[in-house]
Write a protein that binds this ligand. Structure first.
Ligand code: ATP
Ligand code: MG
Length: 625
């Protein structure tokens, strides 16, 4: 490789370009802890936390989950959080990473200052469960993160090289072109997904990577490879890794610098210090690890409540007596050290990596709006195109619905206008039914979006716009197919099709936007339909056909809210306006001004729900944690 190429690659790849010479094979032969800090090491962030505490309200009583935890993590450190299941490891990691949405107390400082809006841009989070887009290849999923997180004028080849290096580092380069997959589409294995999730955290050039059990589900050999890769990135680039890990084998444990050991019921600190000092600390207290046993297993055995011979309460108290003061002193010293703002850190990191800092902006999202929009849009289009079975089901169902209902209304044009009106109602109704079918897809994708938004890859506006564009196009084209077939079966004059379709489309768009809000706020796919029902029922019932202004019910004011009612009235008045019997039977109003009002109401309702979707996305950044 020429000098020029080396420089360009170095400038482009963030974490990964600098580890490019290291692949899985060479990793296994080296001692990652002996890796020298590179000249291009951009990691310079120290994380300090003080009295992080989490309690929940259960039946009106406050229950302590995690008692106050404090500590200091330095740049380039490998920090492990360990403890029995349910002791609050994920809770602590989420609080540190700013991902905990439930209320907690305590403070977290980045380089001496409270976390600010740039924090998501400087950090990555690797969740305990893999939340990955199913219809992307492994390489595409990584490149997506690189495009949005790592700025700078770089070529596609630079980005591809960074992706290959990252995959090679984690030993998954052979599956670069394979689909990730999900329960419907066969894809990569669970262990490969785990490594890809970690790779997504690594590739963004973060100062700090928070990883929740990055090795769960991996064979012990693969787990070691993954931790080695993290260790190389930490030592070489100064990236701080804060990792929740379950019972690492000795070779893996040796790669960690710091250990934060918690016990459960409630979560309490039992040890906070150097990893290799833990065995000595416990031995000094009269509990030396037997030679025959993995020290990490031994430590967990004696601090797990309920385990044979456990001493959890003793060690929780011992932490208060022996270590607490020392930890508090370290926290105080770290907080009195010179401070750096997140923007200063970002600028430094850019300069070190050879990026131009002139265009650097102080926004929580690295990519410009147009970059967010086009990157997200091209991913959505790729995934939609690949998910052929979903496309087949969508358009197949749309056609079948058109044909079946069309047969029921065959040649309705030859019947009385009043009967034709039930056909118009059916067209509007079909739109609502077709809409309900998209709810599960919307709910499945929301977890991916929320995680990506909380990671600062893109904002809610770009996400809402792309979602509206892609999903509305799909929904509208399916609905057009159904309406077209239905209309053909009805044998009505084609001159009415435009009017009928326009108003049914407007009503359809309101319902689609409404369901997109439900997809954001419903707790799960199971409850989504129940959540959506009240409005849908109101829409379908108060439709200016079943219930019109002529009906006696005191609820008839709902006609002014129901999009179907507005559409129904406009269709009826424009096609049968001269039929006075029908106009007076349903008390339909017909005037240009009233048509303008109908147009205004339908468009406003659509925009209102789009805004609500945006607010819902913004309020719930990430699932409830
Ligand atoms: N938002 C919340 N509301 C209610 N309970 C919560 C919330 N967050 C965490 N908990 C509770 O806190 C406890 C600790 O959870 P956490 O997920 O942190 O444990 P963990 O140590 O990561 O366990 P594991 O090793 O099994 O992953 C659990 O009992 C969990 O139910
Ligand atoms: Mg956990």
């Amino acid at each position: 490789m020429s000098n020029q190429n080396t420089r360009t690659r170095d400038a482009s790849g963030g974490v990964v370009a600098h580890t490019a010479v290291v692949n899985t094979a060479s990793l296994e032969r080296m001692d990652p802890r002996a890796t020298k800090r590179s000249d291009a090491a951009f990691g310079q962030s120290r994380l300090v936390f003080k009295d992080l505490t989490f309690s929940i309200l259960r039946e009106g009583v406050e229950k302590l989950i995690l008692s106050p935890c404090s500590g200091v993590f330095e740049p380039g450190e490998m920090c492990a959080i360990m403890g029995p299941s349910g002791c609050g490891k994920t809770t602590l990691l989420d609080m540190l990473a700013g991902k905990k949405t439930a209320q907690y107390s305590g403070e977290v400082f980045l380089n001496g200052l409270p976390r600010d809006t740039l924090f998501p841009r400087l950090t990555s989070y690797v969740p305990q469960s893999d939340t990955l887009p199913a219809y992307l290849t492994v390489g595409e999923a990584l490149k997506f993160v690189h495009q949005l997180r790592v700025e700078g004028n770089m070529t596609e080849a630079d980005r591809d090289a960074a992706v290959s290096d990252c995959l090679s580092l984690l030993g998954i380069d052979t599956i670069q072109h394979e689909l990730i997959g999900d329960e419907h589409e066969r894809g990569i294995s669970g262990g490969q997904k785990r490594r890809l999730t970690l790779a997504r955290g690594l590739i963004g050039g973060s100062q700090i990577v928070f990883a929740d059990e990055p090795t769960s589900g991996l064979s012990s050999t693969d787990a070691e490879t993954v931790i080695r890769a993290m260790c190389v990135a930490a030592k070489k680039l100064g990236v701080l890794f804060v990792t929740v890990i379950h019972q690492p084998r000795a070779e893996v444990a040796n790669m960690f610098d710091t250990l934060l050991l918690l016990t459960s019921s409630p979560g309490r600190m039992v040890y906070n210090g150097p990893f290799d000092g833990a065995a000595k600390y416990f031995a000094k207290a009269g509990y030396p690890a037997p030679n025959t046993c993995n020290p990490a297993d031994f430590l967990l055995d004696i601090i797990t409540p309920g385990a044979f011979g456990e001493q959890s309460n003793y060690f929780a108290q011992r932490y208060v007596d022996v270590q607490h003061q020392d930890v508090e002193a370290r926290v105080a010293a770290a907080l009195s050290a010179p401070k750096k703002t997140s923007f200063e850190v970002l600028k430094n990191a850019y300069a070190i990596q050879g990026f131009s800092t002139s265009a650097l902006h102080e926004s929580p999202i690295a990519a410009t709006f147009s970059n967010q929009f086009y990157t997200l849009l091209s991913r959505e289009l790729t995934m939609t195109k690949r998910n052929k079975s979903a496309l087949r089901v969508r358009y197949g169902t749309a056609m079948m619905q058109g044909i079946i209902v069309g047969c029921a209304f065959y040649n309705i044009a030859s019947r009385e206008p009043i009967l034709q009106l039930s056909f118009m109602f059916m067209i509007l109704q079909m739109g609502t039914i077709a809409n309900m079918a998209i709810l599960p897809k919307l709910i499945n994708s929301r977890f991916v979006y929320k995680l990506e938004i909380s990671d600062g890859l893109f904002g809610e506006v770009a996400c809402t716009c792309v979602n509206a564009l892609v999903n509305n196009t799909l929904a509208i084209s399916g609905n057009f197919l159904t309406t077209f077939i239905l209309f053909a079966f009805s044998c009505m004059p084609w001159k009415h099709f435009g009017t009928l379709y326009l108003w049914s489309l407007l009503s359809f768009c309101v319902v689609t936007s409404y369901l997109r809000v439900i997809a954001q706020i419903a707790r799960s796919g199971d409850t989504a339909l129940q959540t959506a029902m009240p409005f849908l029922l109101g829409t379908i019932l108060f439709n200016n056909f079943f219930i019109s202004r002529a009906s006696g019910t005191f609820l008839k004011f709902l006609i002014y809210v129901s999009p179907m009612a507005w559409a129904m009235e406009q269709i009826a008045t424009s096609i049968y306006g001269s039929n006075e019997q029908m106009m007076s039977l349903y008390e339909y109003k017909s005037s240009d001004a009233w048509t303008t009002v109908a147009l205004f109401v339908l468009l406003s309702e659509s925009v209102f729900f789009q805004c609500l979707e945006f607010v819902a996305l913004r309020r719930a950044k990430g699932a409830i944690r």
